[in-house]
Write a protein that binds this ligand. Structure first.
Ligand code: NAD
Length: 346
């Protein structure tokens, strides 16, 4: 690869150290027609100006295209290092809670891998924005309340009708609320269980027949490190612990069908769940007497060895990896993505 880079750099007369790497990476995902345009417009402008096409230009283009095929299909595109081909191109991926925060970044990360997206959320405007933003892959969006069984069933049916299959399910929709242990409302506890415990079970059950038909499938449940150690959020901690167990049970059940089931356990993440009005940041602020941002920063410095919250993209990359082809043998794990916050070795 390095030799190829130098070869092209040499042919095009570009210094290898002058950003040629980025220039070459960019067109790797281009279709042949876009590559042709790129080739002529950006690199061989002078050929167009003189209206002369040189034979060696075609040679370089062919070499470039063959290398693109090789890179996309076999190993990797690289930026500062080698990456695996995640084998997600054309996979049909369902993401719940995709209109905001972690779910949004998960959807964008799958789009970058060339997956076909089926996005669910109660926030239809947010989903429509996502659909506009995502280019080059098919995106289906539907307003779905995952706490509603009929809604979920209709959604999965619509996805299969549109894309003929489902390959990956990411159960992400969720929320959290701080509250006094003794007075925490039972109705809120039950609503959280509907959203973050029953919904993943329901959607997994709806997808399993399609995974079986495919002979392949992958489920990623977004749990939390507070499912491993208490965070003082009684409903949330309890339900996220249940998610880790649900993951484990389904991983055994689904393994014979070539389906892996894992959970990702984020520590605190910079999303609207912390930063929007009335959400966890404000709740922490009123409990500590600090301002919202000050309280969040204090919490990060006091509890997270890396001293900061995760970016949602950092959670998304773990999710995408666990559902990828190279990670398919990994099943039943609860992977912390927490800047070192969990103290246990489990
Ligand atoms: N932010 C964190 O610190 C953190 C840490 C660990 C785990 N998590 C988990 O990550 C997941 C995403 O959280 P986030 O921080 O991105 O939150 P967020 O509030 O930014 O996004 C949650 C999304 O879920 C959607 N949603 C809520 N109820 C729904 C329903 N009934 N049906 C369909 N969609 C619904 C919302 O509309 C929203 O788009 C949640 O499961 C959360 O528990 C978050």
């Amino acid at each position: 690869m390095v030799r190829f880079r130098f070869l092209l750099a040499g042919v095009e007369g570009i210094e290898p150290s002058s950003g040629v790497l980025e220039t070459l990476i960019l067109p790797m995902n281009y279709t042949p027609i876009r590559m042709l345009l790129f080739y002529y417009i950006v690199r061989f402008k002078s050929s167009i100006q003189t209206k002369k096409l040189k034979l060696d230009n075609f040679f370089v283009l062919t070499l470039f295209y063959l290398t693109k095929i090789f890179i996309n299909d076999k190993i990797l595109v690289f930026k500062g290092g080698l990456f695996m081909n995640l084998g997600l191109k054309g996979r049909v991926v369902i993401v719940t809670g995709a209109a905001s925060g972690i779910g949004r970044q998960i959807a964008l990360a799958y789009a970058k891998e060339g997956a076909t997206l089926a996005l669910a959320d109660i926030n239809l405007d947010g989903l429509k924005k996502m659909k506009k933003e995502i280019k080059d892959v098919d995106v289906y969006v539907e307003k779905v309340d995952v706490t509603d069984a009929e809604n979920c069933a209709a959604f999965v049916k619509n996805v299969v009708k549109k894309f003929k299959k489902v390959d990956v399910l990411v159960n992400n929709a969720g929320t959290a609320k701080m509250g006094d242990m003794e007075t925490f409302p039972e109705t809120t506890f039950r609503a959280h269980a509907e959203l973050m415990m029953y919904a993943p079970v329901r959607l997994t059950n709806l997808c399993i027949p399609h995974f079986k038909k495919n002979g392949w499938g992958s489920v990623v449940n977004i749990a939390s490190i507070f499912g491993k150690q208490p965070g003082g959020l009684i409903s949330y901690d309890t339900i996220k612990a249940a998610d880790i167990m649900i993951t484990k049970d389904y991983s055994s059940y689904c393994a014979p069908f070539n389906v892996n089931v894992n959970s990702v356990c984020p520590g605190p993440v910079d999303t609207p769940l912390w930063h929007a009005d009335g959400q966890l940041g404000d709740q922490l602020a009123s409990a500590t007497g600090m301002k919202r941002d000050e309280a969040i920063d204090w919490f990060a410095k006091a509890n997270i060895p890396m001293g900061r919250y995760a970016k949602p993209e950092e959670i998304a990359s773990a999710v995408v990896f666990l559902s990828s082809e190279p990670a398919h043998y990994i099943t039943g794990v609860a992977l912390n993505v927490d800047g070192g916050m969990v103290k246990s070795t489990l």
